[in-house]
Design a binder for this molecule. Structure first.
Ligand code: IVH
Length: 673
């Protein structure tokens, strides 16, 4: 009984884990355009969750990822109107081998025609035509409603804005794509601008379609392939007839289609295009099989998420066998040491691969690989190739357990393995070159101090010339230090110096982000800076005080405390302070923050721990409230510190005015949890 019970508990826990993982993966894929799971891993996890939900049907709630299509809907304020789909926009069931295709065909009425098409790897779009005119272009969204991205779709020249002869209402769906060439150009530009690269053309197309500036969209060069017609009073008894008609009307209909009458014909189509697709200008990730006859389609209908009359087949990720020459080690900006596989160069999905990340020590151990082994390299939906296994050659293999290096390859410091993490890290934060350079790059970056003219290359140069070693050194730079450097004229030197000068006005919250305390990102820094209004206050904060701030957990709090325990950091901060950086929040008479206190009149009384009385006055105003000097019937509450005046207390008691303590008040306006 015990055993059974624990199996059920484990399986339910596994389902909960899978659910969270799939939800997160959907969000990263559709909204952030930064996929973390490969399609294949995603599908396997989804299938496992489906199986668990079969076992425990109470888990199959309507909001389970098994019951919903992933959503690309941006947050409400993304600048696009959300519009309901006239026909839900569904996804397709996936298959990976002949057996799964045979299984699907077995469930179709005997003798139906099957259309095989390419599966384009972009994002789906639904174009609405009313009286021949293109009036809306909706993304899939959550399948029920999507974002109307018409102004960006208009940049795609092959999509007609007006078509004569269309039915009154006509809808045609397809895929928006960024051709390989445009994708590579865009990534080259992004690399130069030091912006994060898109992992694949699909993510690039998706990011592009959600841009607010159509001129930039037009510049990037989207294209499109259409493959599904909907609407009323359509002519054409079959899917192919309807698409042929659409082609005659001038729509960019997908060309590579074939009507098949057996699984063998389907498999031959798959085989042809698994190689043929490498010469196409756009990305494809499989083929789609559809029942051709519309009446038969209607007969078959839909499941909650997918039509029964269509199925996708996903091409296997491209794989190559090559030799692992050597494992080398790379030290990142945060000191994490990553093992890297150096390979004999191989051609993979159109590019030459000679390096692949090995993530961490555990990953290398699991693969059981050593220098000289034959290994499989794969390139899935992600741009970074990965090693997926090794080929047993029967030859003498290295023995013993793989050992990670013990010392930093950059500075020789002994590595530490952080508890609970798979990573080894070099602890020499302020003396290890890539970490020091990383800190400098982060400090000058757009979201931090935004210092014009200082990018990765310039920092490298300043480093080589021994001009800067840490962020405080930047403020000692003189124009003459720079103007003599290779590739620098007086103008560019001036630009940098004035950029550095201007950074002295960057507000405290961004300075806090810029100094690079581990795990203190942009948003966390903002929240901390709102609570700790100056460096002095923050410097003496305890772990308990810090964890009271929203989003600050134990680990971040400890990172902050230990940052201020280091003498080298304190010296650096002192130099920055002397240089004139903003280490105190601007007086809080600025912009409104919320309307949490709207319509409330508040009296402040007593002595406070966390902010001065003036700061509280300003906070009240910035959250929409009014300050008053004395207690009356109109007083909504008293913000009560220690040693509150006896007169005020008496009056409050008489009038029944509530007292709100400091922490409760900060909670109310959302500064602490
Ligand atoms: S038909 C109701 N045909 O693949 C089914 N979809 O993984 C309508 N896709 O959401 C879709 N090429 O974005 C269809 N030739 C093709 C396709 C295709 C790519 C996309 C589409 C769909 C996704 C499902």
């Amino acid at each position: 009984m015990d055993d059974l019970f624990s199996t059920e508990t484990n399986e339910r826990a596994e389902a909960a884990r899978l659910r969270a993982e799939l939800e997160d993966a959907n969000y990263r894929y559709y909204v952030l355009n930064q996929p973390t799971l490969s399609d294949r891993d995603f599908d396997f996890k989804m299938k496992r969750l489906q199986a668990l939900e079969e076992l425990y049907p109470d888990l199959r709630t309507p909001d389970s990822p098994t019951q919903r299509v992933g959503s690309d809907l941006g947050r409400k304020a993304n600048g696009f109107e959300q519009v309901a789909h006239r026909y839900p926009m569904l996804s397709l069931a996936n298959s990976y081998n002949r057996e799964e295709i045979e299984d699907w065909v077995r469930h179709l009425p005997a003798g139906v025609e099957i259309v095989a098409e390419l599966k384009y790897d972009g994002l789906s779009i639904s174009l609405h035509y009313e009286k021949g005119r293109l009036v809306r272009a909706l993304t899939r969204g959550d399948g029920v409603q999507g974002d109307d991205v018409l102004r960006n779709i208009r940049t795609i020249q092959s999509i007609p804005s007006y078509v004569q002869g269309l039915p009154d209402y006509y809808e045609i769906r397809g895929e928006v794509l960024l051709p390989w060439e445009a994708f590579e150009r865009l990534n080259r530009e992004r690399e130069e601008q030091e912006e994060p690269l898109f992992a694949n053309p699909r993510n690039a197309a998706s990011g592009t379609l959600k841009l607010l500036n159509p001129a930039e969209v037009a510049r990037r060069g989207l294209t499109c392939r259409l493959y599904h017609v909907l609407g009323e009073n359509l002519t054409g008894r079959t899917h192919t007839e309807r698409l042929e008609q659409a082609r005659l009307w001038g729509f960019p209909v997908s060309e590579k289609m074939q009507v098949c009458r057996s699984v063998d014909e389907v498999m031959a189509f798959i085989e042809r295009w698994d190689t043929g697709r490498k010469n196409l200008p756009v990305a494809t990730d499989g083929i789609v099989l559809k029942v051709n006859d519309i009446a038969a389609q209607q007969e078959l209908g839909f499941t909650a998420k997918t039509p029964r009359w269509a199925i996708a087949y996903k091409f296997p990720a491209e794989k190559q066998l090559t030799v692992l020459r050597q494992i080398s080690y790379q030290v990142g900006r945060t000191g994490v040491v990553t093992p890297v596989a150096n390979l004999d160069p191989v051609q993979l999905s159109g590019t030459i691969v000679q390096r692949a990340t090995l993530h961490n020590e555990d990953f290398v151990r699991q693969l059981g690989i050593r220098d000289g082994d034959k290994v499989w390299v794969e390139k899935g939906g992600e741009i970074i190739p990965k090693i997926t296994g090794k080929e047993e050659t029967g030859e003498q293999q290295a023995t013993g357990v793989y050992q990670f290096i013990t010392h930093c390859p950059e500075c020789g410091t002994m590595l530490v393995r952080v508890e609970g993490e798979a990573a080894w890290r070099c602890p020499n934060e302020n003396g290890c070159p890539p970490q020091q350079k990383g800190k400098l790059e982060h400090f000058v970056s757009r979201k931090a101090m935004n210092i014009d003219g200082l990018g990765e290359e310039t920092i490298d140069l300043l480093w080589q010339k021994n001009l800067v070693r840490n962020i405080a050194d930047l403020y000692d730079l003189k124009e003459s230090d720079l103007s003599g450097l290779e590739g620098f004229g007086q103008k560019s030197a001036q630009r940098i110096i004035s950029g550095i000068e201007a950074s002295k006005q960057v507000p405290w919250e961004r300075v806090l982000f810029a100094i690079g305390i581990r795990m203190v990102g942009e948003t966390t820094a903002k929240k901390i800076a709102r609570r700790f209004r100056s460096l002095q206050e923050l410097q003496w904060a305890s772990v308990e005080q810090l964890t009271a701030v929203e989003d600050v957990g134990e680990q971040i709090a400890r990172n902050i405390v230990s940052f201020f325990e280091r003498e080298d950091n304190l010296n650096m901060l002192l130099r920055l302070q002397q240089a004139g950086l903003q280490f105190t929040a601007e007086e809080t008479t600025g912009q409104p923050i919320s309307n949490e206190l709207e319509g409330q009149t508040i009296v402040i009384s007593g002595v406070f721990q966390k902010h001065s009385r003036d700061e509280y006055k300003a906070l009240i105003e910035r959250h929409g409230g009014k300050n008053a000097g004395s207690v009356s019937k109109k007083t909504s509450f008293i913000l009560a510190g220690e040693n509150m005046g006896p007169e005020k207390r008496k009056k409050a008691d008489q009038l029944g005015v509530p007292l709100v303590e400091e922490d409760a008040f900060l909670q109310r306006i959302g500064i602490i949890n």
